[in-house]
Design a protein around this ligand. Structure first.
Ligand code: UT7
Length: 329
């Protein structure tokens, strides 16, 4: 019997309507469109506005449409892995919240926290349940409402992040398509450069933590940039080398959208030519767990069965990794 691979059989995404432009940010902090565009490649990002709306509310439309496209009911899902850094609440898991909202009555699920690499960690984790034969339909969701943890008075972070969510369905494939290989890494020593200090068990929420702004994302941009620019490129190169692939063998590079300069460095290192590099950072900024599934969603119609895709990500932790997959439809 041929090996069972976990293949993506459907993808969909959702971004909120509100567009936060560089021009509007110019009215909020001391910045300008020229600086943001040249340093990051970002022109605008989407923001989820409205009382009572959370990360799961972006997942609901993404998953509902995904299921419709695939022609299956929510009750057929076995497992939901919700990759997010901005869960609706600390607990219960947003995977459980989503299951309830979409009627996935037969699914179990959990949240996965690996910052911007979360979706690749989730994809690799979900694939294990398919490859082992344990499950037939695994939903991997990646999404964040970054606006909930961004300080719109801090020009170093507020220009980067946006809100959005994407989801894929994993199913068994015996034609040789699906997830072929992945390399995932982490280094906890990097935690000091990118984190959210309060609200966990280390520093429970208090007036002092609010006054100190410790419920906002904290980033030392240059330190993160230096680590990201080499490690995301190296890990993508490593997964390609291990599978005897050159840039010419790759149909699409799907990089985490954190900074256009980091994306360009990864394309250079892997020898993948610019027209095969998926980039939508100019419209959405960094949606953390959402970037890669949103790219897959927007480029879905261009993919062909058997296409070699290299996915690569980098994020807080530090966490980083790369996935090699063959598109299945
Ligand atoms: O997905 C999670 C992983 N995160 C990342 O991958 C982020 C990685 N880091 C980056 O993308 C970049 O470091 C940033 C985009 C965050 C910052 O770009 P940079 O080129 O590293 O800028 P910098 O922090 O070195 O700052 C350069 C200058 C400074 O001014 P001086 O000291 O040279 O006078 C900053 O104060 O730019 C200034 N600056 C700004 N100016 C206008 C910092 N932020 C802004 C801003 N607008 N928004």
């Amino acid at each position: 019997m041929s090996k069972i691979h976990a293949a993506i059989t459907a993808v969909h995404g959702y971004v909120p309507d509100y567009v936060l432009t560089n021009q509007e940010l110019e009215t909020m902090v001391d910045t300008n469109d020229e600086w943001i565009t040249s340093r990051t490649g970002i022109k605008e990002r989407r923001i989820l506005k409205g009382e009572g709306l959370a990360t799961s509310d972006m997942a609901v439309p993404a998953v509902t449409e995904l299921l419709r496209k695939r022609g299956i009911g929510a009750d057929e899902i076995d497992l939901i892995i919700f990759c997010t850094t901005t869960p609706d609440m600390i607990f219960p898991a947003t995977a459980n919240v989503l299951a309830n909202k979409i009627g996935a009555k037969n699914a179990w699920g959990f949240d996965l926290q690996a910052a911007c690499s979360g979706f690749l960690y989730g994809l690799t984790s979900g694939a294990q349940f398919i490859e082992s034969g344990k499950h037939k339909k695994v939903l991997v969701v990646g999404g964040d409402k970054m606006s909930a943890i961004v300080n719109y008075k801090d020009r170093a972070t507020c220009i980067i992040f946006g809100d959005g969510c994407g989801a894929v369905l994993l199913e068994p494939n015996e034609e040789g398509n699906g997830l072929i290989d992945s390399i995932l890494k982490s280094d906890g020593a990097g935690g000091q450069y990118l984190n959210l200090k309060a609200g966990g068990s280390l520093k429970p929420a208090s007036h002092a933590t609010v006054d100190a702004g410790e419920h906002f994302a904290y980033q030392e941009g240059q330190a993160v940039f230096k680590f990201a620019v080499t490690n995301m490129a190296d890990v993508a190169h490593e997964v390609m080398e291990r599978n005897h692939l050159t840039g010419d063998d790759i149909a699409w590079l799907v990089p985490h959208q954190a900074n256009k300069r980091i994306i360009d460095a990864t394309a250079n290192r892997t020898g993948i030519s610019p027209e095969k590099v998926i980039i939508n950072i100019e419209r959405y900024g960094n949606t953390t767990n959402g970037t890669i599934p949103l790219c897959l969603w927007e480029w879905e119609s261009k993919f062909k069965k058997g296409d070699n895709l290299i996915l690569a990500a980098f994020g807080g932790g530090f966490t980083w990794g790369s996935v090699y997959l063959k598109w299945a439809y």
